[in-house]
Design a protein around this ligand. Structure first.
Ligand SMILES: Nc1ncnc2c1ncn2[C@@H]1O[C@H](COP(=O)(O)OP(=O)(O)OP(=O)(O)O)[C@@H](O)[C@H]1O
Ligand SMILES: [Mg+2]
Length: 256
C-alpha cells in the first residue's frame, strides 16, 4: 500500500503492457515503462517500430487493444480525450500541426481547447488572463515578437517553437514529442531539443521525444528507450547507449 503510494507520486506517467494491432500487424507488443517528472527521455527505434502508435495510444488519439496508462494518479482509459477532462498530456509533432491561418498567439490559445470547431468564435472568448498566459508561453520559446504573425508565415523552427508554446499552455505533466526535429536542419534541431530539455527540468515535466539520430539522443536525453517491432529492447541512461546497442536496435527488420 505504502509502496504503491510512493510509486504513484514518483511517476509522471506509467505505461503497463500496452498492446496494439492493426489487423494482423502488431504495432505494440506489451510495452511498459514509467517516466519521472523532470526527465527527458529519447525514444529511438527504426521506422515502423511503433513510436508514433505508442504516443497516439497514450494521448488517446488511438485506442490500445490492451494494457493501460496512468498519468500521475489518473488512469487513462482506452480512447480517453487528451487536453481536457484533466488529462495533462501535450503533444508536439514533426509537422507542427498548427492552424495555418491563425496567428501564433491564437494557435497557442486554440491548443487549450482541444478539438473544438469554430475556433475563431471561441478564441475571442478567451479572457485577458488566458491571453497573458499564452503570451508568456510564447515568450518562453522566444516567439513573443511573432505573436501576431500568421502560422504559415513562420519558418519551420519558429513553427515548432509555437507548437511547443501551445504544449506549454496546456500546463502538461507529460509532453510527447513525435520526431519534433525531423523537419529541421541540425542547428535548429539542437535548439529545439535544448528547449524541450530545459522545459523538462524547469517545469518538472516528463518529456519523451522520438528521434532518429542516436547522437542527438545521447547529447540531450537523460535516458534512452529503444523500441523495435513493438517491444522495448533498451532502457538505460543516455551515456550507457553504446554503438553496439544502437546497431542491434537498428538492425534490419524484416517486415511483411
Ligand atoms: N493506422 C494504421 N493502420 C494500419 N497500420 C498502421 C497504422 N498506424 C501504424 N501502423 C503500423 O504500425 C506499425 C508501427 O507504426 P508507427 O507509425 O507507430 O511506427 P514509427 O516507429 O512511428 O515509425 P516512423 O519512425 O517511420 O515514424 C507499422 O507497422 C505501421 O505500418
Ligand atoms: Mg512515427
Amino acid at each position: 500500500m505504502a509502496a504503491q503510494a510512493v510509486d504513484v507520486m514518483t511517476n509522471a506517467l506509467r505505461i503497463d503492457s500496452m498492446s496494439k494491432r492493426f489487423g494482423e500487424r502488431v504495432a505494440l507488443a506489451g510495452v511498459s515503462f514509467s517516466l519521472r517528472p523532470g526527465e527527458f527521455v529519447g525514444l529511438l527505434g527504426p521506422s515502423g517500430a511503433g513510436k508514433s502508435t505508442l504516443f497516439r495510444c497514450v494521448a488517446g488519439l488511438e485506442r490500445a487493444d490492451s494494457g493501460g496508462a496512468l498519468l500521475g494518479e489518473q488512469t487513462l482509459g482506452s480512447g480517453h480525450g487528451s487536453g481536457n477532462g484533466g488529462g495533462r498530456i501535450a503533444m508536439v509533432f514533426q509537422q507542427f500541426a498548427l492552424v495555418d491561418r491563425l496567428s501564433a498567439l491564437d494557435n497557442v490559445l486554440a491548443g487549450r481547447l482541444g478539438a473544438v470547431p469554430a475556433w475563431r468564435g471561441v478564441l475571442r472568448r478567451f479572457s485577458r488572463e488566458d491571453r497573458m498566459f499564452a503570451m508568456h508561453c510564447l515568450e518562453r520559446v522566444s516567439m513573443l515578437d511573432h505573436a501576431e504573425q500568421r502560422a504559415d508565415r513562420l519558418s519551420g523552427g519558429q513553427k515548432q517553437r509555437v507548437a511547443i508554446a501551445r504544449a506549454l499552455a496546456q500546463k502538461p505533466d507529460v509532453i510527447l514529442a513525435d520526431e519534433p526535429i525531423a523537419s529541421l536542419d541540425p542547428t535548429l534541431a539542437g535548439g529545439i531539443l535544448a528547449l524541450l530539455r530545459s522545459i523538462a527540468s524547469v517545469d518538472n515535466v516528463a518529456v519523451i521525444c522520438s528521434l532518429h539520430q542516436l547522437s542527438f539522443a545521447r547529447e540531450y536525453s537523460d535516458r534512452v528507450i529503444g523500441i523495435r517491432a513493438g517491444k522495448i529492447v533498451l532502457d538505460c541512461d543516455a551515456s550507457g547507449v553504446d554503438d553496439e546497442a544502437a546497431e542491434r536496435l537498428y538492425e534490419r527488420v524484416t517486415t511483411g
